[in-house]
Design a protein around this ligand. Structure first.
Ligand code: G6P
Ligand code: ZN
Length: 578
């Protein structure tokens, strides 16, 4: 709604408020904004909303208030995905950090820091936590989205007990504690001091690179990338991973500079939608489906936590990707050479990983959608590799999903598979690796249909209808050719802390293991996004190479009929098909 005119009261300066010695703190009066509800991905809003007077500052002040006295004397990490308003936001955050008692802010040069790199930075430097300025894969610029989130001391997204508290504080925030210090030059690496408070501008790649070098065999990867019969392209989509790809793939691993596509972060991602999927990464898709395509293609999202992996005219479904990485991790990735502690996937992600877990006798976990559910398992030493169908893959080296990790994992698998193959011989390709995996484990065909920006009321009606279908159906009921095994609303009890998450997705499981799942997205910024996930397993050698859409045709029809999706939402076609 319209924003009420804001009364500008006078600013009180009080030396007594000095939180850190040598820094004067101004008490700037403010008034709450409605709707600063914080999820685990932080606060995501239109950039223009964020640019209203004190809007960002209110939220950051509320975060610091929620954290309370424990921030005093601590160090805070800071950076973002390079989107519009990030540099201005960083200056505001630095002043608030000093004003609320932090003694140090460690900020990425030019206010840049990929999400996985922020997680690594917090862990490497044992920081108290970090703020990441990003709206992930959402478009950026003055007309699009901005966002901010807080990650805690393990490098993991803030738990609910903190996000709930932040929201409470945003509804009553009245004073901003702003240090009276000038803007800091974020373009130069080095330390600036204001009394006992300091700002350290760091290379946003360095700490993350140290972690990646502990995970992967860089010399082996470098030898592999030197092969003349191998070529790759990494599409940074004008977002934050450009500097990371240049440093890691080009400078460290010797790939040609030309392998990084759209590698300069742009405040509006060059007008694009920095989401690595077959729809939004269409330029990369074109390259990988052209004649004489590179052997390997990958893309990452705005803040570098998502990934898409492609071979020459070959799409690696993210559900397969995590299964293939898990199956090969011990042999190909030094960090996992003792074997995996366990693996995990989100509920809608296909069961390809389950088969690997069973084969390797690994503890296996099925969690609700959302990266936060993996953190507890990792902290408890029960999960080494995890992934989601939503283009997220990761390991327990950090506590965020990690796009570059997925890329290096795949390159490690390819390097290993090609060890005995002479340069110019018959290169083992991405498609070969996937095919070999399917031959061993069978293939879980998987597809996701997204219906973006539906009217919320319509989506809710469809969900109510599906709940009714679940209530009325029983084992043995037929849906088309498919015989129902069970139908429910997914619920998760965290095996570590016993917390319960209910209503995490409507699920129909059939006697042959096929599944139909409906969920409403928790990350959309307007209206409701309906997600329909379809999965069907085969171990018939004649069917392994079928096109997923063809293989899944009949079960998709069943899903559309049982949900009456078109009747409820008016949508004939999905917006995005994965
Ligand atoms: C973000 C989260 C993921 C989640 C994805 C899709 O990337 O970090 O954990 O899988 O969004 O979530 P959604 O609720 O939109 O399906
Ligand atoms: Zn992201």
């Amino acid at each position: 709604g319209p924003v009420p005119a804001r009364r500008v009261a006078s600013v009180r300066v009080s030396a007594a408020m000095a939180a850190v010695s040598g820094v004067t703190v101004k008490e700037v009066p403010t008034k709450p904004y409605e709707g600063q509800k914080t999820g685990t991905s932080g606060l995501r809003k239109k950039t223009k909303e964020f640019m209203q007077p004190n809007y960002l500052a209110n939220w950051v002040q509320s975060l610091f208030a929620a954290l309370g006295d424990e921030v005093k004397g601590k160090s805070l990490g800071l950076g973002g995905d390079g989107r519009y308003y990030g540099k201005e936001a960083a200056q505001i955050i630095i002043k608030l950090a000093a004003g609320n008692g932090f003694k140090r802010v460690v900020v990425g040069q030019d206010a840049l820091m990929a999400t996985p790199a922020a997680s690594a930075l917090i862990r490497q430097r044992k920081l108290y936590g970090g703020l990441i300025m990003s709206a992930s894969h959402n478009p950026g610029g003055p007309e699009n989205d901005f966002g901010i989130k807080f990650n805690y001391s393990g490098g993991e997204p803030a738990p609910e007990r903190i996000t709930d508290k932040i929201y409470g504080e945003t509804t009553k925030v009245a004073v901003l504690n702003m240090a009276d210090i000038p803007d800091v030059d974020l373009s130069k690496i080095g330390v600036t001091k204001f009394g006992d408070f300091e700002v350290e501008v760091v290379d946003p790649v360095a700490d993350y690179l140290v972690v990646l070098k502990e995970v992967f065999d860089f010399p082996m990867l470098k030898t592999f990338l030197a092969r003349k019969d191998f070529s790759l392209v990494f599409d940074a989509m004008h977002a934050v991973t450009g500097p990371y790809a240049k440093r890691i793939l080009v400078e460290e691993l010797g790939a040609p500079a030309s392998c990084v596509k759209d590698g300069v972060p742009s405040p509006d991602f060059n007008g694009g939608h920095p989401d690595p999927n077959l729809t939004y990464a269409e330029e990369l898709v074109k390259i990988m489906w052209a004649d004489k395509a590179p052997a390997f293609g990958a893309a990452s999202d705005g803040d570098g936590d998502r990934n898409m992996v492609l071979g020459d005219k070959f799409f690696v479904n993210p559900s397969d990707s995590v299964a293939i990485i898990a199956a090969n991790a011990q042999a190909c990735i030094p960090y996992f050479k003792q074997g995996l502690k366990g693996v995990a996937r989100s509920m809608p992600t296909s069961g390809a990983l389950d088969r690997v877990a069973a084969d390797l006798k690994l503890p296996f976990f099925e969690t609700p959608t959302g990266w936060k559910f993996f953190g507890n398992l990792m902290d408890a030493g029960k999960c080494s590799v995890c992934g989601e169908e939503s283009f997220g893959t990761g390991g327990d080296h950090i506590r965020e999903k990690d796009g570059i990790f997925a890329v290096l994992a795949w390159l490690s698998i390819l390097a290993h598979a090609n060890k005995g193959v002479p340069d110019g011989g018959k290169l083992v390709t991405v498609a070969d690796v996937a095919t070999k995996h399917w031959q061993k484990y069978g293939r879980n065909f998987f597809s996701r249909y997204d219906y973006e920006e539906c009217a919320s009321a319509d989506a809710d009606k469809m969900v109510a209808h599906l709940r009714d279908v679940i209530a009325k159906s029983k084992k043995g009921d037929k849906f088309g050719e498919f015989v129902l095994e069970k139908a429910d609303d997914f619920e998760y009890v965290d095996p570590i802390d016993g917390s319960k998450a209910s209503k995490q997705g409507l699920r129909f499981v059939f006697s042959d293991g096929s599944r139909i799942i409906f969920r409403l997205s928790g990350t959309g910024s307007s209206g409701a996004t309906v997600r329909l996930y379809i999965e069907q397993y085969t171990n018939d050698p004649a069917k392994l190479q079928l096109d997923a859409q063809k293989a899944l045709g009949p079960i998709i029809q069943v899903a559309l009929e049982m949900s009456q999706l078109e009747k409820f939402t008016g949508r004939k076609e999905p917006t995005v098909i994965t």
